[in-house]
Write a protein that binds this ligand. Sequence first.
Ligand SMILES: C[S@@+](CC[C@H](N)C(=O)[O-])C[C@H]1O[C@@H](n2cnc3c(N)ncnc32)[C@H](O)[C@@H]1O
Length: 190
Amino acid sequence: MRADRCTASSSISSFPELPFRGEHCDCVVSHNVLECLVDPSALLRDVARVLRPGGRAVLGHTDFESIVVAVESRDLTRRVLQTYADLPVLYEHMAAADPWMGRKLAGLVRRSPLSLESVRAFTTVHAELSEARSARLDEVMTAVRRSAERGLGSVTVSEVDEWQEQLCTARAAGEFFFAETAFVVVASKP
Ligand SMILES: C[S@@+](CC[C@H](N)C(=O)[O-])C[C@H]1O[C@@H](n2cnc3c(N)ncnc32)[C@H](O)[C@@H]1O
């Protein structure tokens, strides 16, 4: 059961109870959901409730501050990516935004009723602008632009345009690079 699909009876600000009786599931998978929750520990408590003893939870999260991009201006790139990581304008599906959820996952699990089994990092790398754009970069740029348009974050709209041009210049020079890291925790129900 994907935790992010359990929205039917919920308000966005609090996580609903998962629609399963206690000790019903062998495995729960959740990816990129915990960052949006006002109380992420409540979801972990509910995951522990629905798992059978010995059942496993696989919890994954991209760390917003793990994005690495190679373009000409370091200062502008840092400010663009910092604006994205701070996400001053939330998406509709978010009641909160914790850009560090990836690096916090293991600690969150340690403080939950689950037992931490492993933590692994998965880095996605795109060495071509076209594949990075279809994969993720457009999402990043849209979020930063939305912030800039409202006068939030550390860049102006014209700086976002400039950064976009620098991405194209980097591609033309064969220097474009984009990477980001997700952390994946496996936990079990004692
Ligand atoms: C960043 S998206 C990730 C979507 C998907 N898991 C993925 O990895 O592509 C965050 C998801 O969390 C869900 N979500 C946020 N707050 C929620 C809540 N309170 N209850 C249930 N789902 C929630 C949203 O509906 C959205 O689908």
